[in-house]
Design a binder for this molecule. Structure first.
Ligand code: FE
Ligand code: FE
Length: 197
């Protein structure tokens, strides 16, 4: 590890020497060279959310099928399409980072999707209690994604990867909008009748 660090430092010095401005903040565009360990860590986290999105996109149609409210079913349908675009965005991110698009198992998403499955198993078809449960499960997923993308945007900005940060910010905004839509559906048409069932 130490050798690696020394090699990286000398590589870093070699790349910055030519600028002749040693006091200047290093050009951050080539984060891979300048902060290789952090770059690796960042890529690992991108692989994690890539796995999460790829599994979520397969689970969302099951949530749609289980939903009673047509509004909720439509929201799941819309977010399935949006999740496909989140996957495509992550593939663009891999490309910008000079990395192969690869998924790494995300234990958190696996657990959240298992929870969604047990909500479906534990509730009856055609009830709004099930819909309330589906919204609960979906909002846990959205909040997980919001936390993940929120942090990754900050990391990307700190690494000087502004294009990557902008792409991830776009997905973050969409996850937040989805969370708001789910709350609106719950408040407007699910929670009250579900409690009266
Ligand atoms: Fe997503
Ligand atoms: Fe999402």
């Amino acid at each position: 590890m130490l050798l690696k660090r020394i090699l990286l430092n000398s590589l870093f010095m070699a790349t910055t020497k030519s600028t002749n401005k040693s006091t200047e903040k290093p050009a951050a565009a080539s984060g891979k060279i300048e902060n290789s360990e952090f770059h690796e860590f960042f890529v690992d986290e991108i692989k994690d959310i890539y796995w999460a999105e790829k599994h979520l996109v397969k689970a969302l149609p099951k949530l749609k099928k289980a939903a009673t409210s047509p509004e909720l079913a439509a929201a799941f349908d819309q977010h399935t399409q949006e999740t496909n675009s989140h996957i495509a965005t992550l593939e663009q991110v891999f490309e910008l980072l000079g990395e192969k698009a690869q998924a790494k198992k995300c234990d958190a998403m696996e657990g959240l999707l298992a929870e969604a499955t047990s909500i479906i198993e534990d509730t009856d078809k055609g009830t709004l209690i099930r819909d309330a449960g589906l919204i609960l499960a979906a909002q846990k997923v959205e909040h997980y994604e919001i936390a993940t993308y929120g942090t990754l945007v900050v990391f990307a900005r700190n690494m000087g990867q502004s294009e990557v940060a902008d792409l991830l910010q776009g997905t973050l905004d969409n996850e937040k909008a989805t969370d708001v839509i789910l709350t609106e559906i719950a408040v407007n048409s699910i929670n009250e009748p579900a409690a009266a069932e």
